[in-house]
Design a protein around this ligand. Structure first.
Ligand SMILES: Nc1nc2c(ncn2[C@@H]2O[C@H](COP(=O)(O)OP(=O)(O)O)[C@@H](O)[C@H]2O)c(=O)[nH]1
Ligand SMILES: [Mg+2]
Length: 529
């Protein structure tokens, strides 16, 4: 079968900041994936970038370009989940760096085993040393020296990608792609005259115009109005393709990254408990019972407590079953991968395979472990009797879960982006008393899903992080910023410019000098490079 007839693949970039990922994607695809003004101003990627290319053999590749900065690893994980192969970029003049290792850990834990290493910026130095470092880290991987600047090595890189792609069937042709449709949303927006659009990789199944769908975790009912693949309308979107869906019956502000569109016949549902077979990265410190981690699944993440089911702690050697008690819902299926990141200091410490996406709350009794083993073997299981009520399993400072009202607030904040409505307007939107909204907002803040800014505003963490990066970019360019310059450059209003600047002063990113704000210098590492 020729490449053109074979199932399409999704490729994700990986690698440390400034190692030439975006430039290389540009050279390979002709597409500049840094689109935001502040991405261009600072020359760093903040959001996920999308492009596509056709390999020499005819195979279609969708390309997801991820940010390399350590503050945006969560965005990288969202971009990497669902990819078929990676393109790891290591700069010839810099070699293996912290996010080279962390991105490799993420890929390993996601089970993305195939890819190519590009030793980038080969024009700047001897690529051999960097290639050697990489081969110690990923033995046997194909390594190609390239320069996006002068075009050296691009043909070799295309051929190397072709060889790796040749060994990959793609989701549509493998067992993974069957069953009901599911798509993990990475973007939602509205187009004039068209309405709500969501994009993402179709992990399984097919979607056609007219299909009824459910958007999880909130179980919103919608209907597919049209399907696009690579900017062309199609009669059917297939597993493994990056698709854009025009949805009827749901507003784009109700949707966002992390949501899951599930098709007819799907049994997916939102859960606050998952049992996984977990593995820690070599050298990672053990996770004792009750450790708090961030769990990443699909394009979504949730804080959780770890309850080891085999012994008192999860150790790097051997791994084991754990129950993850989530503070916000995820929408996993059995067999899916999750990533475990430490909260502070943030780092990828491990991952796991979902064994039971809808378990009961339980501790590590022998019959619980036996049941999980049976589930993994595909044996029939009998549900164990419920845990004795007299001894409820409490975990010290267990956070209350986020209820539906809290999730709706998180969705509103996410969709409001850089110009969130006030706490009072949020209360009116969800029809709750201001006091009840305040409780939920502080729970969201503790769960890392909202950030309080000033007396009466909350931002979604992603939007605030983008604003922070943008303000730092302006400070670096102009030496200082004012409320007026932030308002004009970031195309926002005085109210938001002032709130954000006060927040950045309070969090010691900037410091006020009269009407101006300047970067507070605490050594290079404290401000994102
Ligand atoms: N000399 C040289 N510079 C490069 C090359 N590729 C990228 N750069 C520069 O390295 C910097 C970071 O590149 P970028 O693609 O944004 O890195 P990313 O953070 O990994 O996406 C930019 O200033 C690029 O112009 C290359 O092949 N040769
Ligand atoms: Mg980049």
């Amino acid at each position: 079968m020729s490449g053109a007839e074979r199932a399409p693949l999704v490729l994700g970039t990986a690698g440390h900041i400034d190692h030439g990922k975006t430039a290389l994607v540009g050279a390979l695809t002709g597409r500049q994936t840094d689109r935001l003004p502040e991405e261009r101003a600072r020359g760093i990627s903040i959001a996920l970038g999308y492009a596509s290319m056709v390999l020499p053999g005819g195979r279609r590749l969708s390309v997801i370009d991820v940010p390399g900065h350590e503050r945006f690893v969560r965005t990288m994980v969202a971009g990497a989940s669902g990819i078929d192969l990676f393109l790891l970029c290591v700069a010839a003049d810099d070699g293996v760096m912290p996010q080279t290792r962390e991105h490799l850990a993420v890929l390993r834990q996601l089970g993305v085993a195939h890819g190519v290493v590009a030793v980038t910026k080969a024009d700047l130095g001897e690529p051999e040393l960097a290639a050697e470092e990489v081969s110690e880290l990923v033995p046997g991987i194909e390594t190609v020296p390239v320069s996006a600047l002068d075009g050296t090595g691009l043909e070799d890189l295309r051929s190397a990608l072709d060889r790796v792609a040749d060994r990959l069937p793609g989701r549509a042709a493998s067992g993974d792609g069957g069953g009901p449709a599911r798509l993990h949303v990475d973007r939602s927006f509205t187009l004039r005259g068209i309405g709500t659009v969501v994009t993402g990789t179709l992990w399984s199944g097919e979607l056609r115009p007219g299909d009824p769908v459910t958007v999880l975790p909130r179980a919103l009912a919608a209907r597919v109005r049209s399907v696009q693949v690579h900017d062309e309308p199609v009669e059917v979107g297939r597993a493994g393709q990056r698709v854009a869906l025009n949805l009827a019956g749901v507003g784009w502000r109700e949707l966002g990254r992390g949501d899951v569109v599930s098709g007819p016949g799907s049994v997916l549902r939102a859960t606050y408990l998952i049992d996984v077979r977990a593995a820690l990265e070599p050298g990672a410190a053990p996770l004792p019972r009750g450790s708090r981690v961030h769990v990443h699944h699909g394009t979504r993440e949730a804080p959780a407590r770890v309850v080891p089911l085999e012994g008192d702690e999860l150790r790097a050697a051997g791994g084991g079953y754990v129950q993850l008690r989530l503070e916000a819902p995820l929408v996993p299926a059995a067999g899916d991968r999750v990533i475990l990141r430490r909260v502070a200091p943030p780092d990828t410490v491990g991952g796991g395979v979902v064994v039971d996406p809808a378990p009961r709350k339980h501790a590590g009794r022998p019959e619980v472990v036996a049941r999980l083993q049976a589930l993994e073997r595909g044996d029939p299981v009998h549900d164990p009797p419920a845990e004795p009520r007299a001894r409820p399993q409490r975990l010290g400072a267990d956070e209350p879960s986020l209820d539906d009202a809290a999730l709706r607030l998180a969705v509103l904040l996410r969709s409001d982006g850089r110009t969130p409505r006030t706490d009072a307007e949020l209360a009116a939107a969800v029809e709750l008393a201001p006091r009840d909204v305040a409780t939920r907002l502080s729970r969201l803040a503790r769960a890392g899903q909202a950030v309080r800014v000033g007396a009466n505003l909350h931002f979604s963490p992603d939007a605030l992080e983008e604003l922070r990066a943008a303000v730092i970019a302006l400070c670096e360019r102009d030496g200082q910023v004012t409320i007026a310059s932030v308002r004009d450059e970031l195309d926002t209003s005085r109210k938001y410019a002032q709130a954000v600047l006060e927040h950045l002063d309070a969090t010691r990113v900037t410091v006020r000098r009269g009407d101006a704000h300047v970067l507070r210098r605490r050594g290079r590492t404290s401000s994102p490079a």
